[in-house]
Write a protein that binds this ligand. Structure first.
Ligand code: A2P
Length: 288
């Protein structure tokens, strides 16, 4: 799972990161971009020893305020998918801002030069190792569930292993698609991918953004669009099947469960894991 319980509950009293000296596992923020009033992304330095597989997550956070009784401070950490690929010299994260969220109410105020805590222990199931070979890979995201796919879309292995890469992203409002759209557009000029996979590698990508609560060129939940057959007709591909299709899912809990049910009971796909690769893998997107 890509979401964990808080390490401490004293989050409401957190101070901004820059006010806290000598963080354990400290990394320095190098860039912050605000996409909407609910979404932001940031980049930070990468621990020299950290190796991870594209699609994995780590625990990141800030230091909580001193306990009123003991004076001790505890880190407040959450699981965040790494949005940058494994080869990137920096780390990137894509986050929601929840105004009363224990961590994100504070994390949303970080600025270049601030420090965050990053525990260098990557884990996760949205990795190529958890899937058996196939022809086409599907990435299904809602909201900030796009983050692990921002990593995997920049990962050469994705294009080495698959002929077609389909990314669907369902959000409430059109502005919530911008981070993903700009990232996908930027792939055309990605030097590493053009060099390693070949010019025009990006033609393997099919991007299918949809919104549910604001007008956009394609409206509706991806689950409904698949059930009706509309998504497959739009994309010009047949419905998923165990011979050719592999999938990774990262969204809210209801979305994940609905897709898992659809995959297992309609398309006949089997869920995989690091220890037992199969046709699809699921992880919950970070929500508060
Ligand atoms: P909807 O607006 O119809 O609820 P959230 O911000 O609540 O995490 O939702 C992100 C997006 O995921 C929204 O567009 C939402 O659609 C959609 N969504 C929520 N639950 C499901 C589900 N069970 N199946 C498909 N899409 C879902």
């Amino acid at each position: 799972m890509n979401e964990m319980t808080p390490v401490t509950d004293t989050a409401t009293d957190l101070k901004p990161a820059k006010a806290v000296p000598a963080l354990p596992d400290a990394q320095t923020v190098t860039q912050v971009k605000h996409w909407t009033d609910r979404l932001f992304s940031f980049r930070c330095t990468r621990p020299a020893s950290l190796r991870f597989r594209s699609g994995e997550f780590v625990m990141i956070g800030l230091m909580g305020d001193p306990d009123p009784k003991t004076g001790k401070q505890k880190p407040l950490l959450r699981a965040y998918s790494i949005a940058s690929p494994s080869w990137d010299e920096e780390m990137e994260f894509y986050s929601i801002k929840v105004q009363d969220g224990p961590l994100t109410s504070k994390l949303q105020h970080i600025k270049e030069g601030d420090e965050i805590i990053l525990r260098p222990k990557p884990v996760g199931t949205l990795v190529h190792d958890a899937l058996v070979p196939g022809k086409r890979i599907w990435f299904f995201a809602t909201g900030t569930g796009f983050a692990p796919f921002a990593s995997l879309l920049r990962e050469p292995e994705t294009y080495e292993k698959f002929d077609e890469v389909i990314i669907t992203h369902t959000c409430r409002e059109a502005g919530e698609l911008t981070y993903g759209r700009e990232l996908i557009e930027s792939l055309k000029d990605d030097e590493l991918l053009n060099e390693v996979i070949g010019e025009g590698f990006w033609k393997k990508i099919k991007y299918y953004p949809t919104t549910t609560r604001e007008e956009s060129p394609k409206m509706g939940r991806i689950t409904d669009l698949m059930r009706s057959g509309e998504a497959f007709a739009d994309l010009g591909v047949p419905p998923l099947n165990p011979e050719s299709d592999r999938a990774m899912i990262c969204g809210n809990l209801a979305f994940n469960l609905e897709l898992k049910d659809l995959f297992e009971n309609t398309y006949g796909l089997e869920e995989g894991a690091n220890s037992r690769p199969a046709h699809f893998v699921v992880e919950k997107a970070f929500l508060d």
